[in-house]
Write a new protein. Structure first.
Length: 132
């Protein structure tokens, strides 16, 4: 693979580290990131998502649901469990520390709602206004 011999160095203030080998993947922010991601997760949208629709754009996955917020939360948790099974079968890891949960609604009563969504046993950070 093209990326198997990639090396990187770290810079802190005016000091530059020795070279390190990157054993897999591509650099963060690379224009190539969505391509391997899409190849790795091909087929994930066909998983039984129990009432959820899975939409994939670049390296983001978006679920769309109905009006019942408790049902949304339950369906999302079930979908994430299904996706974790898919990931383990395909030797993938989704990092809960780099994942967030967001709810988009026009219902002002739900503006302060704090969902409890878990990924691989870790509570996801809730971002009311995620960065795009």
């Amino acid at each position: 693979m093209v990326w198997s011999r990639r090396q990187f160095r770290m810079k802190y203030k005016n000091s530059l580290s020795r070279s390190f080998r990157q054993s897999q993947g591509v650099p963060q922010g690379s224009v190539l990131i969505p391509v391997p991601f899409a190849l790795f997760i091909a087929g994930i949208e066909k998983k039984d998502s129990q009432g959820c629709e899975i939409g994939i754009f670049a390296d983001d996955i978006i679920w769309r649901f109905d009006r019942n917020i408790e049902m949304i939360e339950t369906e999302l948790i079930n979908s994430l469990e299904s996706i974790q099974k898919f990931a383990k079968i395909h030797e993938l890891n989704f990092n809960p520390k780099k994942s967030v949960a967001s709810f988009f609604t026009t219902n002002k009563r739900l503006n302060n709602y704090q969902p409890k969504i878990f990924l691989d046993g870790h509570l996801l950070v809730y971002e009311q206004l995620p960065e795009v």
